[in-house]
Design a binder for this molecule. Structure first.
Ligand SMILES: [Zn+2]
Length: 593
């Protein structure tokens, strides 16, 4: 853990030198036992008021453990490990060190008899503040069409303006699949993931969840300074950063209200910096036949623009009105074209985000438009359609880019509109709480205390974890329940090191972060460490790349490698990053910092 970022100092060097299990710089020579990778914990730390567990996977453990203060090695708490439990998802045998009773703040480490010591961690009310900042700032690092420089916190992480006129790849010509000709100024936006494409569907859930984070936790994150070019203006930095992608999305809307699904080259370029992208000309890409725009992209677009109209209104009335107009025009197109699906065609090989059912995107659009305007048209569509999904919210899987139905339900429930149907809200509430209760129950039963079921170890499983956390935090907003917060924090602990690999899955966060993301700037630049604050996709039971596919038979939660070539388990992506930001925001101290 590091209580303040940037942390590159010791961690990077130690890791770069390949010193296994080395302890941190500044460690006093007090005869502290060596760090053992068999003690898995949140390498950032814990909230004073929440449960505090570490997982021990060494058969050498004799039972007793102590929590010691970093400052002088003195004992702050002690206990006995719980019984050994076999975890079929990882193949690990896990014993729990429960030090929840330790309520004091400070920097600590575990000392487990027979095993060794843990990495250091903090206990503090604002223990996740610096992680929130670096995770949110990671979106700035994904900016397209402009120069990026992560200094002063991360000097050397920079690139000149990419994908702009005058380079080989201006954004962008109209592709043959778009039904239009010529070119279109569609710069800005975020690079989607490890590649440099820009995709409306994936931008939709990403921006939607980030706006939700602001909606739900404005008092905690509205004042956070991100050191972005807009810092210091009258708009919260979080909203300035989101605006950068919203402005791009607006450019993807055609005059008839429909929205083209993506802007990419026809094929992926090689592992180079973005201004050197050699993927070939970039295009606004469509479905290949009339009406050329897709319903899923248009539905996601309508939802987030409606949300933006509400969130930005206090800061920029003109933008709010433009966003609402764009949302309403998208809605009209969607009503006339409810299920135009998108598949790659016409020589295009980049990410597809193919989705055969756009009814959930339309439902989300209706809910957000209703939430923003209160108009009966949107209420009528939502009320007539939502029950067709079965339970409004289930215990899994959570929301994802192909299924944004949960976001529709949350938006309607929290609409605050006097016209909202109480019977509908009541049903959503009941289903949400039932889902949250079920997630809590299985998280408590999981040896690593993570919400994932075996079937959840899909491509981007770490995003699934974070989305469970988001669901739990919203359930807590429906009915404040400490167990929901504990389970949400448990999901964060998993992402920050309390997992079978003992890895923090956020770059440059914690003493042992993953280091080799499938992320072109991280692979192509000269920095020893990857770009900061990025969440790995995580274990993927289905594989799909040569690295994971070559693994021997392995339990589902072990199908991961910290290898740049493993795009199926170690890519980064904005749609996983967003729920991580939401989860961190929800665990920041109320009332800001
Ligand atoms: Zn770019």
């Amino acid at each position: 853990m590091r209580s303040s970022l940037p942390p590159l100092s010791a961690i990077g060097l130690v890791a770069a030198l390949g010193l296994p299990g080395s302890a941190c710089a500044g460690e006093p020579a007090t005869g502290r036992a060596a760090v053992s990778e068999a003690i898995k914990l949140d390498q950032v730390g814990y909230l004073p008021s929440r449960t505090k567990l570490a997982m021990v996977t060494s058969a050498q453990a004799t039972g007793p453990f102590r929590v010691r203060r970093v400052a002088d090695g003195s004992e702050a708490a002690s206990g006995t490990l719980g019984p050994a439990v076999a975890d079929p998802d990882t193949g690990d045998t896990v014993r729990i060190a429960d030090f929840s009773e330790l309520g004091q703040t400070g920097s600590f480490y575990l000392d487990v008899a027979g095993v060794g010591t843990s990495y250091e961690f903090d206990i503090a009310p604002n223990v996740y503040a610096s992680v929130f900042t670096v995770a949110m700032r990671a979106f700035y690092g994904q900016r397209c069409g402009t120069a990026v420089d992560m200094a002063p916190a991360y000097p050397g992480y920079r690139h000149p303006a990419c994908h702009v006129a005058g380079t080989p790849n201006p954004d962008a010509a109209m592709h043959a699949s778009s039904g239009a000709t010529g070119a279109r100024e569609a710069g800005q936006g975020w690079h989607d993931a490890g590649d440099y494409g820009k995709y409306v569907v994936n931008s939709g859930i990403t921006v939607g969840e980030l706006l939700w984070a602001y909606d739900a936790f404005a008092d905690r994150i509205g004042g956070v300074r991100l050191d972005i070019p807009e810092s210091g203006n009258a708009v919260p930095d979080v909203l300035d950063e989101v605006r950068f992608n919203l402005d791009w999305m607006l450019k993807m809307q055609d005059r008839d209200g429909g929205v083209w699904p993506k802007l990419t080259s026809e094929r992926f370029g090689s592992f180079v910096m973005p201004h050197l992208d050699d993927g070939g000309p970039r295009y606004v890409i469509g479905t290949g036949s009339a009406p050329y725009k897709s319903s899923c992209a248009t539905g996601d677009f309508a939802a987030v623009m409606a949300s933006a109209a509400r969130v930005y209104r206090p800061f920029d009335r003109a933008f709010a009105e433009a966003a609402l107009g764009a949302a309403e025009s998208a809605w009209r197109w969607l009503s006339a074209n409810p299920n135009v699906t998108f598949r790659n065609c016409c020589g295009v090989q980049t990410g597809e985000y193919g989705d055969s059912d756009c009814s959930d995107e339309r439902l989300w659009a209706a809910a957000e438009l209703f939430r923003t305007t209160g108009a009966s048209e949107y209420d009528a569509h939502f009320t007539a359609s939502y029950a067709a999904r079965g339970p409004a919210v289930t215990a899994g899987p959570p929301q994802s880019w192909p299924d944004v139905g949960n976001l529709a339900m949350f938006a309607y429930y929290f609409s605050g509109q006097p016209g909202a149907g109480e019977a509908v809200r009541s049903r959503i509430r009941d289903d949400m709480l039932s889902a949250a209760d079920a997630i809590v129950a299985r998280t408590r039963a999981n040896p690593y205390r993570v919400s994932l079921r075996p079937e959840d170890y899909v491509w981007g499983s770490n995003g699934v974890v974070a989305n469970y956390g988001l669901l739990l935090l919203l359930a807590n907003a429906v009915r404040p329940t400490p167990a929901y917060l504990d389970a949400a924090a448990d999901d964060l602990h998993y992402l920050l090191g309390r997992n079978s690999f003992g890895l923090s899955w956020v770059t440059q966060v914690g003493d042992r972060p993953f280091r080799n993301p499938h992320h072109r700037p991280s692979g192509a630049d000269t920095n020893a460490e990857p770009w900061p604050g990025l969440l790995s996709g995580g274990p993927n039971r289905y594989g799909g790349d040569p690295v994971i596919d070559a693994l021997p038979a392995t339990p589902v939660a072990r199908r991961y490698r910290d290898d740049q070539a493993s795009y199926a388990s170690n890519e980064i992506a904005i749609n996983w990053q967003a729920p991580l930001v939401f989860l961190l925001a929800g665990l920041l101290p109320e009332g800001g910092r």
